[in-house]
Write a protein that binds this ligand. Structure first.
Ligand SMILES: C[S@@+](CC[C@H](N)C(=O)[O-])C[C@H]1O[C@@H](n2cnc3c(N)ncnc32)[C@H](O)[C@@H]1O
Length: 267
């Protein structure tokens, strides 16, 4: 019971953070086209079939939904906690094959009804879910036979020898390494996936360590909140800029790795 109350509080915080992030999120995407590229990578990695019916959980302002619709002719139902992200998405998505709704990805029964999906995707959202087993259980319940659940994850800044350079950046800055960069870590999300799916497969999208990209990505209010909890936004933004500058000497020896996982619904 106490855990349930805590989880609801976390989600309220997530919703507020993303409500406040909408403008910066759009500006970031206009400059980097990043979430669109990540959605494309995820779809290609899992060999997503054209003309599929997709449930896009944590759809934000519909960037992933638009990619799936435009390049794979998918019909997409997107769900997100943040009213502001959904409002913005409705202005951006003009296809009748995209529907965006405010809702909780941990409570899919009311949203999905008796619709059956070919895929349930989480593009850069699963690490924000406090009850990952619940959302994956419900996602599996919405899938048809042979359907897939797949997600892309939070960035891992990987040094030459596989070391965690985000932790290294905090040490260099002289700030404590945050206890909770993500709410659900990659292994936990994969364990939840394996409870309902067979053949869990992992993918990686490896990009150069781009300092300006990292500064912009973590300047989105919702992203900076987990790195410097308890600080006001302007302070967080300044700390984010300094944090990634500490890695400037490593930019040609390190990578940003976007991990992804997929599973096929067990029969
Ligand atoms: C980083 S954004 C990714 C948005 C989108 N998938 C994209 O590719 O642009 C993460 C989104 O997950 C949403 N989210 C987090 N927890 C959620 C939950 N329990 N139910 C629905 N959406 C959630 C947030 O509100 C946020 O808009």
């Amino acid at each position: 019971m106490a855990q349930a109350g805590f989880n609801e509080k976390v989600k309220l915080n997530v919703k507020d953070n993303f409500d406040q992030s909408c403008r910066m999120y759009n500006l970031f995407e206009e400059k980097h086209h990043f979430f669109a590229s990540l959605a494309m990578k995820l779809a290609e990695s899992i060999n997503l079939k054209p003309n599929s019916i997709v449930l896009d959980i944590g759809c934000g302002n519909g960037i992933s939904a638009q990619i799936l619709n435009k390049y794979f002719s998918c019909r997409v139902l997107g769900v997100d906690l943040s009213e502001k992200m959904i409002e913005s998405g409705k202005l951006l998505c003009d296809s009748p094959d995209i529907r965006l709704l405010v809702g909780d990805g941990e409570k899919l029964a009311d949203i999905a009804g008796d619709q059956v999906f070919d895929y349930v995707l989480y593009n850069a959202s699963i690490f924000i879910f406090p009850d990952v087993e619940q959302t994956i259980r419900e996602a599996a319940g919405c899938l048809g036979t042979g359907g897939k659940i797949a997600f892309s994850f939070y960035p891992f800044l990987e040094g030459y020898a596989g070391e965690d350079l985000l932790a290294e950046a905090f040490i260099r800055l002289g700030e404590p390494v945050p206890r909770f960069r993500v709410i659900t870590d990659y292994d936990k999300a994969c364990r939840a996936l394996s409870l309902h799916c067979e053949r869990v497969i992992h993918h990686r999208w490896v990009r150069p360590l781009d300092i300006e990209f990292l500064q912009d990505f973590f300047s989105i209010p919702a992203q900076s909140a987990s790195l410097f909890p308890g600080r006001g936004y302007e302070v967080r933004r300044e700390l984010v800029c300094r944090l990634f500058l500490t890695l400037s000497d490593l930019s040609d020896k390190a990578s940003i790795v976007w991990r992804m996982a997929e599973g096929t619904k067990a029969a």
